[in-house]
Design a protein around this ligand. Sequence first.
Ligand SMILES: [Zn+2]
Length: 196
Amino acid sequence: MANYNNLWPEKATPEPNGGCLSGFIFVPLAVIAMSLVLSLTLGRITISGAAAVPDRGNLQDALTFVSPYDSYTLTQGPHGFSYGHMAIDIAAGNGATIYAPINGKVTDLFIDGLGNPTLIIENEIYRVTLMHGIYNVQIGDTLAAGQPLGSESNLGNTTDMQGLSCRNRDCGYHTHLNVYDKRIGTNINPLGLLEP
Ligand SMILES: [Zn+2]
């Protein structure tokens, strides 16, 4: 096992991350609302006679998880527990193409209170959060796993190896990746999916 301890700490001090917290307060409500809509929609489809029950193939689609990069370096192991994450930081270089890790829908895209561009992609099983990149998708877009969705940057709260802010500096490029598993209702270590 590699040593994941603070190879590239992005936070010099524990952060309040108000934006992220607000995101995680509102996202569950959005999910509940979406589920209701989905249930209603599925109900209608069932009545019309089309296949509405998720089959094994659809489940497999939802379980698919691919790397957001062609290749990457892990710059920080699981972190962010103070603001409800168990995320990792991975880096492939400024401007590197970022791919959708799952088959899913863009359910949120916002800049949080710390200036972090935050992209959320969901399906029946996973809710994936990506941060710090330049994202060229929109809320409501349906993404296929492996589909390009943006490029790596250092936007928001990123730091260099010494913990100094990389705002307006040429450093700190990476993607903060958090994966929530709806089946068990908690975040899971993304490394378990990327490097099983
Ligand atoms: Zn991070």
